[in-house]
Write a protein of this length. Structure first.
Length: 289
């Protein structure tokens, strides 16, 4: 218990330092303003260097245990391009309570997610929060005087060009959501649904019944990003959903334009990312909370 408390305090203190810098340098990070970049327009996986080292971690979730592959980017373990498992060294240090698990996460109590209001990209972030609240049972609660030990989200500008990221589920303490300054509302919704507890649609255990994965179009070092997740009690929820905002488009992690990493199994057609929550996304969140 002492080790877990120390880790939580250290991560929260680090979060305070990051938050103090979150609003700095916005003009330096911003590209020429051509409007917000939405999820369907992203080159998913482009932020992962081709020579990035990889590893695996075991994650204890509220519904069971998962083994996931990750890329190491700036010392952090990144799954499927935007799921941040945290510092690699922390993953490798097994917890005393769960010797077989590298990382644990939980649900947000009562569906209430506290957050520190953003100091940048406010239109996209506030719009995403409003859209999720309007469609689901989640309640985002702004906190202006946060306490050191509170479980909450805070937003920082991503330092990885064109990449936004989030952890999955409630981690305990202050939890970072990284947003690239020009990313629009749909990207923020995607990351906040990760924070709420959703994984990617293309990693469902029934994925291969609906999608053909063309690994010939994916660099071998990135193949692990198409691993399916073992069935859990609460995942996957419902049927495979091509309209899900948690589904990557056909070009994700593609080795070159025109070589599609994923196509529909039914007819070989491509599909793009989605910019709004589907009925299935809403049902999955409401079932969790």
């Amino acid at each position: 218990m002492q080790t877990n408390t120390c880790l939580r305090v250290n991560s929260t203190l680090a979060a305070l330092a990051l938050l103090s810098l979150a609003g700095l340098g916005a003009s330096a990070c911003m590209a020429e303003d051509d409007g917000p970049i939405e999820l369907a327009d992203l080159d998913l996986g482009a932020g992962i260097p081709e020579d990035a080292l990889t590893g695996t971690a075991r994650i204890l979730t509220p519904d069971g245990e998962l083994e996931v592959g990750y890329d190491i980017v700036d010392g952090r373990a990144i799954v499927e391009g935007d799921i941040d498992l945290g510092p690699v060294e922390a993953l490798r240090a097994k917890t005393a309570d769960h010797a077989n698990a590298s990382l644990l996460y939980d649900r947000w109590t009562g569906g209430k997610i506290k957050y520190i209001p953003p100091s940048f990209n406010q239109t996209a972030i506030n719009g995403a929060i409003a859209a999720i609240e309007a469609a689901t049972q989640l309640d985002f609660v702004p906190v202006t005087t946060p306490m050191l030990y509170e479980d909450l989200l805070f937003f920082t500008q991503s330092s990885d060009s064109g990449v936004s990221s989030s952890q999955v589920g409630r981690q305990g303490g202050w939890q970072q959501v990284k947003i690239w300054p020009t990313h629009g509302q749909s990207v923020v919704i995607h990351e906040l649904l990760h924070a709420a507890g959703l994984w990617h649609e293309q990693s469902r255990s029934d994925r291969n019944n609906h999608v053909i994965v063309n690994l010939v179009c994916v660099p071998p070092s990135r193949w692990h990003n198409f691993d399916i997740k073992a069935p859990l009690v609460g995942f996957p929820f419902g049927g495979f959903d091509f309209n899900s905002i948690m589904l990557y488009g056909s070009s994700a992690f593609s080795i070159f334009p025109g070589c599609n990493s994923m196509v529909r199994k039914s007819n070989g057609a491509t599909f793009s990312g989605n910019s709004s929550m589907s009925a299935g996304d809403v049902a999955a969140i409401n079932a969790m909370f």
